[in-house]
Design a protein around this ligand. Structure first.
Ligand code: AMP
Length: 210
């Protein structure tokens, strides 16, 4: 079961991904987390990613597609995975279709004004990537230190949002035409949003009870 999670930056993809993978017992593959980890470890991929990520630009399709292919071919993905942050361009979506079968696409919808407000106060865990709307003690539940992502500045965020509208949004039409698209309102409380996603998943897939 291969599920794609779509949505603008700060729509709550990471938060929902955490719940969905627990519910469906599949691995969570976040391209943003992978790139940030590679930057921290100063790998070749990290060096390439650094040229784009902090400005809010997209990493070239070729680089990210190769990384996703390698991840999805690993044995822990034999029963499926949740892709968070990939695909982000129509070309990535088409290349993914050549390699694997996507079962469902969950699109989280949030308006731009709410996204900007969220991103300006967002803190992210250096260790596990979890993000918080606000947390005073500067520590994640996993014990990791919280920081402000370099691309969570207003300037980088506006660029990310523009890229989303221009490059990522057309993907929703592509998946809608394949009858795979599930759209959910992402503005409410995280648990409420998840309940809505779960309802759609149970209807569309052979999900578990609950
Ligand atoms: P995210 O954590 O999903 O917000 O991603 C952070 C950044 O990583 C993006 O703004 C891009 O610079 C890069 N990135 C993540 N996923 C992709 C992708 N599928 N294609 C290109 N760049 C990506």
């Amino acid at each position: 079961m291969l599920i794609v999670l779509l949505g603008p930056p700060a729509a709550g993809k990471g938060t929902q991904a955490e719940r969905i993978v627990k519910y469906l017992s599949i691995p969570h593959i976040s391209t943003g987390d992978i790139l940030r980890q590679n930057i921290r470890e100063n790998t070749e991929l990290g060096k390439i990613a650094l040229r784009y990520i902090n400005k809010g630009d997209l990493v070239p399709d070729k680089v990210i597609i190769a990384e996703i292919k390698e991840r999805l071919e690993r044995t822990d993905c034999k029963d499926g995975a949740l892709l968070d942050g990939f695909p982000r361009t129509l070309n990535q979506a088409k290349e993914l279709d050549k390699l694997f079968t996507v079962d469902k696409v969950i699109d989280i919808k949030v308006d731009d004004h709410t996204l900007l407000k969220r991103v300006m106060s967002r803190q992210t865990c250096l260790k596990c990537g979890r993000s918080y709307a606000s947390k005073d003690d500067g520590r994640c539940l996993c014990g990791g230190q919280l920081y402000t992502r370099a691309d969570d500045t207003k300037e980088a965020f506006v660029n990310r949002l523009n890229n989303y509208h221009k490059l990522t949004l057309p993907i929703t039409d592509y998946y809608a035409a394949q009858k795979k698209l599930i759209s959910v309102d992402g503005k409410g409380d995280a648990q409420e949003v998840f309940e809505n996603i779960k309802k759609h998943l149970n209807y569309n897939l052979v999900g578990k009870e609950g």
